[in-house]
Design a protein around this ligand. Structure first.
Ligand code: AMP
Length: 215
C-alpha cells in the first residue's frame, strides 16, 4: 500500500505514520526527518533547508521533489510506503504524481489527520524529541533520557517555539490546505481521501486510522 499522510503540524502524523508503517511492513518516508538528518550532517541540502525550518517556513519545492525521487526509486519502497508530510504544496502533489507515474505506481489513499488549532498549539508547545532517534514525547521534560532508544536526550525543536509554531500553522492553511482540495478533486480517478479525527489517546487514533484503511 502507498499512503500519504496529510495534516497540520502536531496532528500526530509522525507517531501514527511510524505505527502504520510497522503494521504494514513498509518503510516510512518523512521529509521532515530527512531534512533534519541533512541539517545534522551539515550537507549542502541541510544548510539550504535550515533557515526555512527554524522559522517554520516550508522548504522550497525543488528540494522536496529531489527527496521524493531519490527515496521512492529505492527498492525498499517498491511494495509500499507511508509518506509522512511529504506533500505540503500543490506543486509537490503534482510532482509526486509524476514521480509515481514514472515508476508505474499509484497512491492508494490520502489520510487526513484533523485536530483543532488549540490542541495543535498545546501539543507542539509541550513537545520534546529525542536528539538521537527523533521519537517525539508530549509533556516530558527536555534533558531527560529517551525511553525508546535509551541513548539520546530529549530536546525542544527550534520550530516548536511559539513564533515558529504560528508560522507553521499559517503555512499549513495557506499552502497545504489547498492540497487536500487537489486530491479531493481527483478522488474518482486516484487515491481515496479519508479523514481521521486525530484528537484522543494515541492507541485510539491508531485504531481509527487502521479502520479507515480497512485493517
Ligand atoms: P515536520 O517534521 O514534518 O514538522 O517538518 C519540519 C519542517 O521541515 C517543516 O516545518 C518544513 O520547514 C520542512 N518540511 C518538511 N517536509 C516538507 C515539505 N514536504 N515541504 C516543505 N517543507 C517541508
Amino acid at each position: 500500500m502507498r499512503l500519504l499522510l496529510l495534516g497540520p503540524p502536531g496532528a500526530g502524523k509522525g507517531t501514527q505514520g511510524q505505527r502504520l508503517a510497522a503494521k504494514l511492513g513498509v518503510p516510512q518516508l518523512s521529509t521532515g526527518d530527512v531534512l533534519r538528518a541533512a541539517v545534522k550532517e551539515g550537507t549542502p541540502q541541510g544548510l539550504a533547508a535550515k533557515g526555512y525550518m527554524d522559522r517554520g517556513d516550508l522548504v522550497p519545492d525543488p528540494v522536496i521533489l529531489g527527496i521524493m525521487k531519490e527515496t521512492l526509486a529505492k527498492p525498499e519502497s517498491a511494495k509500499g510506503v507511508v509518506l509522512d508530510g511529504v506533500v505540503r504544496t500543490v506543486p509537490q502533489a503534482e510532482g509526486l504524481a509524476r514521480v509515481l507515474a514514472e515508476l508505474g505506481k499509484k497512491l492508494d489513499a490520502v489520510l487526513v489527520f484533523n485536530a483543532p488549532d488549540e490542541e495543535l498549539v498545546r501539543r507542539l508547545g509541550g513537545r520534546t524529541v529525542c536528539d538521537h532517534c527523533g521519537t517525539p514525547y508530549t509533556g516530558r521534560e527536555a534533558g531527560t533520557r529517551c525511553e525508546k532508544c535509551g541513548v539520546g536526550t530529549l530536546v525542544r525543536r527550534k520550530d516548536d517555539e511559539p513564533e515558529a509554531i504560528r508560522n507553521r500553522l499559517v503555512a499549513f492553511q495557506k499552502q497545504t490546505a489547498p492540497v487536500l482540495e487537489w486530491y479531493r478533486a481527483r478522488e474518482a480517478q486516484g487515491a481515496r481521501v479519508v479523514h481521521i479525527d486525530a484528537v484522543g489517546a494515541v492507541d485510539e487514533v491508531t485504531r481509527r486510522m487502521m479502520k479507515s484503511i480497512g485493517k
